[in-house]
Design a protein around this ligand. Sequence first.
Ligand SMILES: *Cc1c(COP(=O)(O)O)cnc(C)c1O
Length: 382
Amino acid sequence: MTSFRIPFYRHDLGQAELDEVAKVLAGEILTTGETVAEFERRFAALLGRRHALAVTSCTGALHLSLLALGIGAGDEVITTPMSFVATATAIIEAGATPVFVDVEPDTGNIDAARIEAAITPRTQAIMPVHLYGQMCDMQAIGAIAARHGLAVLEDAAHCVEGRRDGLGPGAVGVTASFSFYATKNMTCGEGGALVTDDTALYEKLRLWRLHGMTRSAAERATEGYAQWDMIQMGWKYNLSNIEAALLLPQFARLEAKLAQRQELARRYRQGLAGLPGIAIPAERPGGIHAYHVLPIWVFGRPGRDAVIAGLNRRGIGAVVNYNPIHLMRYFVDTYGYAQGDFPIAERLGHATLSLPFYPGMSLEAVDEVVRAVTEILAENRN
Ligand SMILES: *Cc1c(COP(=O)(O)O)cnc(C)c1O
């Protein structure tokens, strides 16, 4: 395992998180209990939604959302090819078919203007992804969904803090799903959550999160044993108190960390401005960009992969968010997708790389990364 001088990502969990985990260990309930409930109350309040449900992953949250709405075999769900594969695989897990729509050339977000052309009699839902932390055009997507009687399920894995036109994640969608995977803006290593304003749906999702059982282990342990029943098929998606404890102290840091990422992003934008063949996804004015990662697009020579290799040689980490989903081998083999199906996603996906970007990264480190990119471009052009 290579260790980079400037890594792609470095988490900021420490003593505060250890202290919260120690509290859980001093108690009796390691599995889903009061610590999870406290996290859910605070997360729902943060997002301004009625309910939050903590689960083991964003993939699980998306899967549960689809199941709870009765979306499955024979149904189609419209989504974007410019995302992590989990957006599309959650749809497949539910038994439905992902139908891709190409993206906006300047942000990489799903292009709302192209959605209606992809709607068929089988379409049940739209699953937009707030890519890199920037909200999609939820006003437009919400209007299309209303016109066609479709559900909106938001993949907000990048976007705890984002807003646009006064709308945050979950304002338009029946649910919005979040990831607390290792490199996300809030993290417990692995975890996720969804939010919803729909109380009936929330009650269903709660059951489905844990085997369709009427009572959890924590309830049985704290309220005295009571017989439980399994009243419907359910899944095993509950988050533990240990993981919830890791998340609790991070609420207090969210705002400061966002401000810091915004400052790093400004520095990157200034530094990279005017470099030939390099572009950064546009930031729409008037909203809040949650800045989960800092991608750039390398158009033309020397190509994205050469820039990554050059960065790595200089001790600088970089990753790809994302090669387009529809050209992953499974999707080509299963659905017959081919090069050229979604040309904008392909152009962006083959040009994109994400530069180092994390809380605690210094502006000097940003400058060093910018110098490295500048050098690599110069070397390869001569
Ligand atoms: C990380 C991510 C997911 C999956 O999250 P998990 O918690 O790992 O399941 C889904 N969608 C997007 C856009 C992501 O970045």
